[in-house]
Ligand binder design. Structure first.
Ligand SMILES: NC(=O)c1ccc[n+]([C@@H]2O[C@H](COP(=O)([O-])OP(=O)(O)OC[C@H]3O[C@@H](n4cnc5c(N)ncnc54)[C@H](OP(=O)(O)O)[C@@H]3O)[C@@H](O)[C@H]2O)c1
Length: 205
């Protein structure tokens, strides 16, 4: 697939590295040609402006600060699938500075399929993810395409509901980051999957 990144920061580089290795064609998009070009050189991609990367990708990764996510997403033409990894974290107290970035992004980009993904773990995790790591995906359309990008990392897509569930994923990230920073172990809160839990997904009864 052709993948464009909106942003040339830590998340774009960590994820794009795997996508290039998996054989996808990637354009790193940034507001600075020098910074986008440097990242593209490291990962084996091409580089361009934000608008060029948005036009290039069948899938477009939105990897900019949440406060500019809506403005940057307006660059994305209809028909693309947009992967939103942003976290609107208020670092003062690990709450959310904005409610449901993904839905706001979707409203600003008509005809674009928005999928929330990759926001639960740090870029250091994405650089070298544990095999099989579950990656929750929230979206109404385009989820199968993004699942392919999750598998390119050796990770496991976890269908976590439609776009209206994305705000829960954003809140989960804020909660998890607050616990991590406080020295807690988020994984310790969840029991291993057993048959008793079944495989019911959000939206199913
Ligand atoms: N890093 C993590 O561990 C992590 C984990 C999960 C989710 N996230 C989320 O992923 C997103 C990206 O994080 P990151 O760590 O990759 O950030 P980063 O390394 O700081 O990179 C941010 C990117 O956004 C660009 N940018 C900043 N302001 C912009 C603007 N006004 N217009 C256009 N582009 C702008 C920057 O461009 P320049 O290079 O030109 O400054 C840079 O390419 C954030 O929303 C973050 O919350 C991060």
């Amino acid at each position: 697939m052709r993948i464009g990144t909106l942003g040339n920061g830590m998340m774009a580089e960590a994820l794009a590295t795997h996508w290039v290795s998996a054989g996808h064609d990637v354009m790193i998009g940034g507001r600075s040609a020098d910074r986008a070009g440097a990242v593209a050189g490291r990962v084996g991609a091409v580089s361009g402006s934000l608008a060029e990367a948005a036009a290039y990708g069948e899938i477009v990764l939105l990897a900019v600060p949440a406060e500019v996510a809506v403005a940057v997403a307006r660059e994305v033409p209809a028909g693309r699938t947009l992967v939103d990894c942003t976290n609107a974290l208020d670092h003062r107290d690990f709450t959310l500075a904005q409610d449901s970035v993904a839905e706001a992004v979707s409203a600003a980009a008509p005809g674009v399929r928005v999928v929330k993904a990759f926001n639960l773990a740090a870029d250091a995790v994405w650089r070298n993810p544990p095999a099989g790591l579950g990656v929750p995906l929230c979206g109404d359309e385009g989820v199968e395409q993004v699942a392919e990008l999750v598998e390119a990392l050796g990770c496991t897509p976890v269908l976590a509901g439609g776009l209206r569930h994305a705000k829960l994923l954003e809140a989960t990230a804020a909660l998890a980051i607050g616990i991590w920073v406080g020295g807690g172990d988020v994984r310790a809160m969840f029991p291993p999957l057993t048959e008793a839990f079944g495989t019911v997904r959000p939206g199913q009864s």
